[in-house]
Design a binder for this molecule. Structure first.
Ligand SMILES: Cc1ncc(COP(=O)(O)O)c(C=O)c1O
Length: 298
């Protein structure tokens, strides 16, 4: 079993051989869009099942469109390449990161650069930290014409600044507010406020990536009979419910404190535990919603 696999220019290549030029738009102006996708190993059937593959590929092509990066290939070819990478990684759960990028650049911005793709893949074995504490960043996020809805490399530059604050505070996560002082998202995750009978999350117009894990969790919540609300969320609301983070890489992660204030909502904590359990079962194919979200990769 490999510990990392790279697909580049049409096939899997040794990691060191996946080279781009420094004068590619990718390097000059950060012209890339990407996805992080998980695929779970089904030992009984001896194959991977991809989680929300269609949704991730929809978002990848949509991000390319929003950022005006030419899509280099078709959906079918991206799926085939993802299957090739997962196959090379072998019989474990995997994390797959397809990237579309723009090639040859010029000193001035060129919109006609050819598009290309690479896919990095790793075994996926998430481990939750013993404590999950968060701070709210002192910086605000301002949307540009591309905005947080596109999963672009450039939009993650801001996270270098948020990450400094997180490290200085010695906590596990940092939350971002938008320029209207509303709650947006966390580092690598959507934010959900979970109460006993209701799940609330910032609406897409709050300046967030429309998280696919969040969409799955909202479906799990509806399936459990809970109300679901997508609306602007105020900072103070972070202290009134069980906060849960949702992201492909993290999975679902209940938060124990925000800005040093412990979360105290036993009803919300019980609902959060049911959602965590439902999500884990869905990823293993042991949930009615698995039929909708888990698809064999080969
Ligand atoms: C900023 C940000 N928000 C939200 C998410 C969660 O999105 P998804 O559930 O689609 O992985 C991520 C995941 O990478 C992210 O980086």
């Amino acid at each position: 079993m490999s510990d990392r696999v790279m697909w580049f220019n049409g096939s899997c290549v040794p990691w060191e051989d996946a080279r781009v030029h420094v004068w590619d738009e990718l390097a000059l102006r950060g012209a890339n869009v990407f996805e992080g996708i998980t695929a779970f190993w089904d030992a009984a059937e001896g194959r991977h099942r991809i989680l929300a593959g269609d949704e991730h590929l929809d978002r990848l092509f949509q991000s390319a469109h929003l950022a005006d990066i030419p899509a280099p290939t078709t959906r079918a070819e991206v799926f085939a390449a993802l299957a090739e990478v997962a196959g090379q990684l072998g019989g474990s759960d995997v994390y797959l990161r397809p990237t579309f990028y723009a090639k040859r650049g010029r000193s001035t911005l060129s919109l006609d650069s050819e598009g290309a793709m690479y896919i990095g893949g790793f075994p996926y074995a998430p481990s939750a930290p013993p404590a999950v504490r968060a701070i709210v960043s002192s910086h605000r996020r301002h949307g540009g014409p591309i905005g947080a809805q596109a999963k672009s490399g450039g939009s993650y530059l801001d996270f270098r600044i948020f990450e400094r604050e997180r490290v200085a505070a010695g906590v596990e996560h940092v939350f971002i507010l938008n320029d209207r002082d509303q709650v947006a998202e966390a580092d690598g995750a959507a934010i959900l406020l979970v109460e006993e009978d209701r799940v609330t999350t910032p609406s897409v117009d709050s300046g967030v990536l429309d998280s696919i894990t969040k969409r799955i969790v909202l479906d799990l919540a509806r399936d459990l009979g809970h109300r679901v609300e997508e609306r602007p969320v105020l900072r103070g609301e972070l202290h009134r419910a069980q906060v849960v983070l949702a992201g492909t890489l993290l999975g679902l992660r209940p938060v124990q404190s925000v800005d040093g204030r412990p979360v105290d909502d036993p009803g919300g904590a019980a609902t959060a535990a049911a959602l965590v359990d439902g999500y884990a079962r869905l990823c293993r194919g042991d949930h009615p919603l698995a039929a909708r979200y888990l698809v064999p990769l080969r």
